[in-house]
Design a protein. Structure first.
Ligand code: PAF
Length: 281
């Protein structure tokens, strides 16, 4: 296990690049859980060298309070990573090192993928994600980079950015890992009270039922049904529920044969914002 904290040190681990050596990359913001470990394990199984970055990226937080409260647990993260491999390169730079002059966000064209759902509720969020992911991909120059489907919109946007900017990397989406209650794993879950964490399993239960209902009902029917379910829940406040085409992320009214759809949800629990999604067909 090698821990490096500057871009310079990271490059000294990666250059010279060995012939035929594939590099896998898992970008994270730390506070690692089993969801992250599934990405790292997949990267280990498919590449000869694996880099994991741990960096709480300030430019993707529209809410300064959320940034301040984001858990920073580097020591625990290193320990948890060492349980799956002793051979990783961990890159944990400072904000100053990553954003050399000022903390600035680039502006991207993501063909509208960034304007809906998370993008509609979190100002400039995806420009911040694009800025850091592009910088990290240019630095690490991996063959493959791994992202969780829990942030499905982020995954689609990163695929689009890589395509538009011709970045030579394969972007691999990995399935959502869930707690035994069904709640999607997230670093934010740690901030929920025991009671609300239990109640939050309602989100996935509703998504599963929405999937069944979508088989025989219209998107509008399912949306109204989900909205009504949350009105009866005292612990969870629904921010949005959308049924969208997986390719365009545009919300739909009517189903079209052979198109793939997914349901997306954002909910406030104890003032903490949780997101989840499910494939519908
Ligand atoms: O998904 C995340 O943890 C972050 O958005 C990412 C991709 C590491 C960029 O900061």
């Amino acid at each position: 296990m090698v821990l490096v904290t500057t871009q310079q040190e990271l490059l000294s681990q990666l250059i010279p690049r060995q012939k035929n050596q594939k590099i896998g990359f898992v970008p994270t913001m730390g506070a690692l859980h089993a969801g992250h470990l599934s990405l790292v394990s997949r990267a280990i199984s498919e590449n000869q060298k694996v880099v994991v970055s741990i960096f709480v990226n300030p430019t993707q937080f529209d809410n300064k309070e959320d940034l301040k409260k984001y858990p920073k647990t580097l020591e625990a993260d290193i320990n948890i990573l060492s349980t799956i491999s002793k051979d990783l390169v961990i890159f944990a730079p400072s904000v100053k090192d990553m954003y050399t002059k000022t903390v600035a966000t680039k502006s991207y064209q993501f063909n509208g993928l960034d304007k809906v759902m998370e993008g509609a509720f979190r100002d400039d969020h995806f420009n911040g994600v694009g800025t850091i992911v592009e910088a990290l991909l240019n630095l690490v120059q991996p063959d493959r980079a791994y992202f969780g489907e829990k942030d499905f919109q982020q995954l689609q946007i990163i695929k689009k950015m890589v395509e538009l900017h011709k970045i030579p990397v394969e972007i691999i989406g990995c399935p959502i890992v869930r707690e035994s209650s069904g709640l999607a794993m997230s670093s934010r879950n740690e901030r929920l009270s025991k009671l609300v964490r239990k109640e939050a399993s309602f989100i996935y239960k509703i998504l599963e039922q929405a999937k069944v209902k979508f088989g025989t009902n219209s998107a509008k029917y399912v949306k109204d049904w989900v909205t009504a379910q949350f009105q009866t829940n005292a612990y969870l406040k629904l921010e949005y529920f959308e049924i969208a085409d997986v390719r365009t992320l545009k919300s739909i009214d009517k189903k079209i044969k052979n198109k793939k759809y997914r349901a997306f949800i954002a909910v406030y629990a104890d003032g903490i914002r949780l997101i989840d999604n499910i494939a519908l067909n």
